[in-house]
Design a binder for this molecule. Structure first.
Ligand code: ATP
Length: 637
């Protein structure tokens, strides 16, 4: 519990809410003692027909109202705190998932993440709304009651003080089992959520292959596991409550019986006896309530483990390493294999580190490589391109030349936008790396197409360029910034300059225009229409009932796979980004549509940098081809 406490209190409003909860707990404890004290006196006054009845009744009514109002305010505040904190945590989980990227999300059952962000985070409400305020009450009330009992009857106070620790002691013993049981229950629930969503999403496939029944049986088995885990958690909760009731009842008997005997023997006055009998149960009550709230909060705390793990993973993934090597801004030629800093020109046509040929359609080398030792950034005439911008700047519009790539070609020098140096990527749990010692340099304005057999690591290269992955070895330079040095904000800025068409594009429920606008939230209708036209979608959209305003179903339901691909292309084109990353943009298209999309892509690529993956010769013919061999072929046996 303490493990989470500190981190959960860092959520917005929680610290203030807990502070207010502690203050009101003390006030409520004082009011409770006063209320019961007055009640005891009032009963005695009524029995003895004392004239103090009226003032005592008025005082009791006033204290009762004050207590009720304070308790109401406290509950409302706790509810508000919990709602605010859970909303913030949910947002952070989604932001963390976004920072971790699609590869991380794809690596775990999507239903688990949904269950975590939904029911898991909801489970924290009882912890923040009920359990935390109950902790404050459990600390304040017994102390106030004991102080009052000490004053009224020290013998009873001693009995209460001696038996009171038994309640938290039994609670803690049972709590250990409860924590393990609820942890098991939460695990089963997330597995169930994952299976359920996987089954629903894959229902068409399952039905087509006649496997829906088998999956239903599996789902039932997982649901049974969850039911058993839930029953086990409930059993622990019921047994704990029973044990605590017994402890409290026995403890009260130890207080009440002597008080009764002393009352009968006339060794205790009625007011004191009544005060003790009314107050003593109140010392145990908040501790028993705390145990109940603990059981209600336990599932949320189990989910908090997972939520904090996701946030930690995102922090680790986007943390800027302390002393990683800075790129040497020395002005050495790119071919020397040294890292090239942002703003450093590369001689056009000069073989890159990987020994690739000059970019397609670009004039051959006309400029000499910068002499070693010559400062790369400074001292270059502005017209020759790529100068004067500090290394590490991934922000958009860092250099307007990036927009077009013009000028560099003319001057014979082109600035390096992307550079992979001896990059190796090994996915967790895989013996063979996905990429091994990969080298590639992409200059501004270049069009490069990665080719190679399935599994050669083409999509992995794009994931590195997007900053979704970090290399196991080697370096990736994103516009002169080492990917290893790029933190979350730098990567977010870098991605604003990228138009990306993934291999399996994801469309969202909403209008077709909204799906295209996702790439450029401020785009007006004319720009959307233009992007739709460029992606050869005009006829498709015209045939839809409401044109671009037609509402699509989940993941573009209502469009063919090829049409969905083109919507994703339109989204990337609409973004008007200087760098396009295309992962098989024309897969799933018929030859006629493919050539229309290719023509549009080539037109747009004319003033952009393009790194594409393609098996089809049509796209390869329009750019510099970089063949990739599967890494296992490069790894010595
Ligand atoms: N998340 C992952 N976890 C483990 N291994 C992965 C993961 N993603 C990819 N791989 C492995 O890495 C290798 C390269 O995958 P990648 O998707 O980059 O290949 P590709 O060349 O794009 O293939 P295709 O042409 O079929 O899309 C493959 O062997 C694949 O099995």
């Amino acid at each position: 519990m303490r493990r989470h406490g500190k981190r959960l209190t860092a959520l917005p409003g929680v610290r203030r809410g807990l502070g207010w909860g502690r203050v009101t707990a003390v006030a409520l404890a004082v009011l409770l003692v006063g209320q019961l004290d007055l009640l005891a006196r009032l009963i005695v006054a009524v029995l003895s027909r004392s004239p103090a009845v009226l003032p005592l009744a008025v005082a009791l009514a006033a204290v009762s109202v004050a207590r009720a109002v304070l308790a109401g305010c406290r509950e409302a505040s706790a509810g508000r705190t919990a709602a605010r904190a859970t909303a913030a945590l949910r947002y952070r989980i989604l932001a963390a998932a976004q920072a971790l990227g699609p590869r991380w999300i794809a690596g775990r059952p999507v239903g688990e993440l949904v269950t975590l962000a939904d029911r898991g985070v909801d489970g924290l409400t009882p912890y923040l709304r009920d359990h935390q305020p109950a902790v404050a009450l459990a600390a304040a009330v017994p102390v106030c009651v004991l102080v009052r009992l000490c004053w009224a009857d020290p013998a009873s106070a001693l009995t209460v003080a001696a038996t009171l620790p038994l309640v938290p002691l039994f609670g803690a013993l049972a709590g250990r089992h409860a924590r393990a049981a609820t942890r098991r229950q939460w695990r089963r629930l997330s597995v169930l959520g994952g299976h359920f969503l996987d089954t629903v999403l894959g229902l068409p496939t399952l039905r087509a292959f006649g496997r829906a029944d088998t999956h239903a049986v599996r789902l039932r088995r997982v649901a049974d596991d969850h039911r058993r885990a839930t029953m086990s958690a409930l059993r622990v909760a019921f047994l704990t409550a029973l044990a605590l009731e017994l402890v409290a009842a026995l403890s009260l008997a130890l207080v009440a019986v002597p008080v009764g005997l002393r009352l009968l023997a006339g060794r205790l006055d009625l007011t004191t006896g009544l005060t003790v009998l009314l107050l003593a149960p109140q010392a145990y009550l908040p501790l028993r309530a705390l145990a109940t709230h603990f059981h209600a909060a336990a599932p949320g705390l189990a989910a908090a483990d997972d939520a904090l793990a996701v946030l930690d993973a995102a922090r680790a993934a986007t943390r800027k390493p302390a002393a990683s090597g800075e790129p040497a801004v020395t002005g050495e030629p790119a071919a020397s294999g040294e890292p090239v800093a942002f703003g450093e020109p590369v001689a056009s046509g000069e073989p890159a580190a990987s020994g690739e040929p000059a970019a397609f359609g670009e004039p051959a080398a006309s400029g000499k490589p910068a002499a070693s030792g010559e400062p790369a950034g400074a001292g270059e005439p502005a017209a020759t391109g790529g100068t004067g911008v500090a290394a590490g700047t991934l922000a958009p519009q860092a250099n307007p030349r990036l927009r077009t790539g013009m000028g560099e070609a003319g001057s014979g020098r082109r600035r390096v936008l992307l550079r992979f140096e001896g990059v190796t990527v090994r996915y967790p749990g895989r013996d063979v790396p996905a990429l091994c010692g990969f080298d590639l340099t992409v200059a501004v304005g270049e069009r490069v197409v990665l080719t190679g057999p399935s599994g050669a690591g083409k999509s992995t290269v794009l994931a590195l360029a997007l900053g979704f992955l970090r290399p196991t070895a080697g370096r990736v330079w994103l516009d002169g910034t080492d990917l290893a040095d790029a933190d979350g904000a730098a990567l977010a800025a870098w991605r604003t300059r990228i138009g990306w068409v993934p291999q399996r594009p994801r469309l969202f429920a909403g209008t077709l225009a909204d799906n295209v606008r996702l790439g450029a939230p401020g785009a007006d209708d004319a720009r959307i229409r233009c992007a739709i036209g460029d992606a050869a979608l005009t006829e498709v959209v015209a045939a839809l009932p409401d044109g671009p305003a037609t509402v699509l179903g989940e993941n573009g339901h209502g469009l063919s796979a090829g049409q969905r691909q083109r919507v994703a292309l339109a989204r990337a084109l609409c973004r008007d980004a200087p760098l396009l990353l295309l992962d098989e943009p024309t897969a799933r298209l018929d030859p006629a549509t493919e050539s229309a999309v290719l023509a549009a892509t080539r037109r747009l690529a004319a003033d952009r940098t393009v790194l594409a993956v393609a098996h089809r010769p049509a796209l390869v013919a329009a750019a510099r081809a970089v063949p990739l061999a599967p890494a296992r072929a490069l790894v010595p046996a």
